[in-house]
Ligand binder design. Structure first.
Ligand code: ZN
Length: 404
């Protein structure tokens, strides 16, 4: 038996006027998702009550952990996704490339991700920053190391004592004056000095001068947030007796998988955006299952969540359409052609509402298809699952998937 978990990040939503009072899932009405929904429908609570809903909490749950017991912040999970390990006396942070307009004092958080900076531009800015003498000197003082990636997301690690860090996620202060949200708690003065220095050093970086000419905002700032200590997770194989692989563009998901003992390969061209390498991701997941002896594969699509945060209704619908056409369809076809029995679990990790552009922690719908008893196709959507019982955790759902 082969097991595939397909997750459309944040794809569940409410009915909205602009889609003729349909949800994005209802609007797409994907025919391949409908085949999966011919199996069992249900709901599951991926974000325990009282915890902030998000992919960090939801994927801990979906890979068999109790977020209430093991969650120590988002950053150490992301750090694991970049293969950065932490010592006992270390704390990791996210360091975003961002845009702060105006001077640093009294400046405004104009973009939490440096106006979408990515690829070699992002790598060049962050690498030059950590080499700039003024910034590097402060890093030394803070006992900080930084791992640079070709995205707006970089990882900072510091030696730290038990005093808390109080840091604000930059996407929570979009358009606001930053002064009230400066780092507080441990190493606050140093973190603030690092952010202030970065703003001075980066304003006239060649990449930023070019971006300004192109009419884009400069990635002229860094912002630290999401502090956390090393996270130790139970092995997926020990818990469920299955070997597996996770295919995702997102370091957070790869990190949770890697800490759970799953393989988490990087797929070239997997971007986390609408233009991601669908075929490459599907191929990597199928190869793990059919050629490399894995029992379980996770296939994750980030785009529906990102587009929800941007309030892009048409984009969210298109991302779900591509999930149906470019992921669910080829996965069904290849597993059928393989001659193996298989089960497919299809779901979002959490709701992301276009109306609020943020996550929502209510239980999510799922469909569980079994090739031995396929059932009649029917729509996969929120309403179709609304009267189904709620499983209380990802562990319960995995036990159902694996028939344990
Ligand atoms: Zn999200």
């Amino acid at each position: 038996m082969k097991y595939m978990l397909i997750v459309g990040d944040g794809m569940a939503d409410e009915r909205i006027e602009a889609l003729g009072r349909k949800t994005p899932l209802e609007c797409v009405n994907g025919q391949h998702m409908a085949r999966v929904a011919g199996g069992e429908l249900g709901r599951v609570r991926t974000c325990p009550t009282g915890m902030p809903p998000g992919s960090d909490v939801a994927f801990l749950s979906l890979l068999g952990h109790n977020p209430k017991a093991c969650y120590r912040g988002r950053s150490p999970l992301e750090a694991a996704g970049e293969e950065v390990s932490l010592a006992e006396d270390e704390v990791s942070f996210r360091m975003n490339l961002a845009t702060i307009s105006g001077s640093y004092e009294g400046g405004v958080m104009a973009s939490y991700n440096g106006d979408g900076i990515d690829g070699e531009d992002a790598r060049a800015i962050a690498s030059d920053l950590v080499k700039a003498p003024e910034f590097a000197g402060l890093m030394d003082k803070a006992k900080m190391r930084i791992t640079v990636t070709p995205t707006f997301r970089h990882i900072a690690v510091v030696k730290a004592d038990d005093e808390p860090f109080e840091l604000t996620p930059p996407h929570d202060i979009a358009g606001r004056v930053i002064d009230a949200y400066q780092p507080k708690g441990q190493k606050a003065a140093l973190l603030r000095a690092l952010q202030e220095t970065a703003h001075r050093v980066l304003e006239n970086h060649p990449v930023n001068l070019r971006r300004k000419e192109e009419g884009r905002m400069p990635a002229n700032a860094v912002w630290f947030w999401g502090a956390g200590r090393a996270t130790v997770l139970q092995s997926f194989e020990e818990q469920f007796g299955k070997k597996g692989t996770a295919v995702s563009a997102v370091p957070l998901v790869r990190g949770i998988a890697w800490l759970s003992g799953l393989r988490a390969p990087r797929v070239p061209g997997a971007t986390g955006a609408l233009d991601t390498n669908y075929a490459g991701k599907v191929e990597a997941a199928l190869k793990a299952l059919l050629d490399e002896g894995d029992d379980f594969a996770l296939l994750h699509l980030e785009a529906p969540d990102d587009l929800s945060h941007l309030g892009d209704t048409a984009g969210k619908v298109e991302s779900i359409r591509r999930l149906d056409e470019r992921m669910v369809k080829p996965v069904l076809a290849a597993l059928e052609a393989s001659g193996e029995d298989f089960r497919i679990l299809l779901m979002p990790d959490h709701y992301t509402l276009l109306s609020t552009q943020t996550h929502d922690g209510r239980p999510v719908p799922y469909a569980l298809y079994d090739s031995r008893c396929p059932g009649m196709p029917r729509p996969f959507c929120e309403a179709a699952c609304a009267d189904r019982p709620v499983l209380e955790s990802g562990v319960d759902l995995l036990k159902k998937l694996f028939e344990l």
